[in-house]
Design a protein around this ligand. Sequence first.
Ligand code: NDP
Ligand code: GDR
Length: 382
Amino acid sequence: MKKALITGITGQDGAYLAEFLLEKGYEVHGIIRRASLFNTDRIDHLYQDPHAENRRLFLHYGDLTDSTNLIRIIQDVKPDEIYNLAAQSHVKVSFDSPEYTANTDALGTLRILEAIRLLGLEKHTRFYQASTSELYGLVQEVPQTEKTPFYPRSPYACAKLYAYWITVNYREAYGIYGCNGILFNHESPLRGETFVTRKITRALSRIALGLQEKLFLGNMDAKRDWGHAKDYVEMQWLMLQQDEPKDFVIATGRQFSVRDFVNEAAKGIGLSLRWEGSGVDEKGIVDGIDIDVFNSLHPTAKSFVNNLTEGDVIVEVDPRYFRPTEVETLLGDPAQAKEKLGWTPKISFEEMVVEMVREDFILASKDKVCQDNGFKVCDYNE
Ligand code: NDP
Ligand code: GDR
């Protein structure tokens, strides 16, 4: 039975990857951080009681900032494959916490590679590094390929640039099978609530149910190549199954703006929007409501009064969400992945947005029931 170690198993990709590898028959080990509250929501459906026989999912406390802990876990597990997904992954937050971001995202990667080397596992353990389209930053070429020059635009991207090159270096210097997956943005109902897509689908659902008044966003013109996380974790695995290690761009080859995403998500719950103004004065206004779509979202929807009316302003720009340096446009060319890995994404942008907004509508419906019965629900909305 193959053994995989996933750092960042409690994150969006970690959860999908753990499920995928368990289905493939792997023994899966994951590193989780000690937190004051349970932080395993995304993998609770995979959890196996530590006392159960024949279990194949094992969780270890650890942190990418702690070398000795990483060495001990890797020594104990001796994994065939390590997927390094752990990171302070929020670009905007990296401007507030640049040193912590570098410690985790850059040095954390080095610590794992060094552990593989120190333990003499260079020929045993294959290594996947979660690289990112943020490396292209101020883009030098459209679309971006494996050969497009990098120009990082945030402390996060600078840290990931180090991680990219140290992976290449350990491959060349010590013969470690190490790969960078240069993944463009990928989303899902498990996406963190402060990334723009999930912020939008969550907020629109809550607005439709009267739990929130407005959605405040930053740069509406930013353009991204958005894929589905479930599709992308399959590629992470495929990259480690090849004869030779190689770096791959993983993207859909389609691009949409933040505004396009809002329109698509609004459509998913039966709203059409019109846009007025520009820059910080831009507003998204309800232009039409398709009550049949709204009612089809969930059996409970019919029992809720939809409190929106045409003309309501539900989206506004708030400059607090602007970044000191922005990545305006990203569009990937996945030709090499298609050719060499035989990989193509299965879930379209439109299908993904509908899935996300429908899942968030169900969560908002639960909150609505709680609120209507006098219970306090979470108002956090950043
Ligand atoms: P998430 O933010 O959802 O998950 C990050 C994971 O890393 C969480 O499990 C988190 O733990 C863990 N983590 C954070 N800091 C540390 C640390 N110091 N030590 C140990 N674990 C830590 O990210 P995604 O799943 O979306 O992304 C996975 C990886 O892919 C990240 O490296 C990200 O930078 C990269 N990436 C993501 C893309 C995307 O669009 N999603 C695109 C390109 C790259 P906890 O749950 O406790 O917070
Ligand atoms: P990104 O994702 O920075 O691309 O990094 P995010 O969803 O945070 O931003 C995408 C774009 O939307 C604009 N934007 C906003 N973003 C957020 N978070 N909140 C807002 O209110 C808002 N309004 C507009 C942003 O300015 C940006 O242009 C993600 C992360 O998963 C990284 O870890 C990963 O490496 C890259 O994708 C590829």
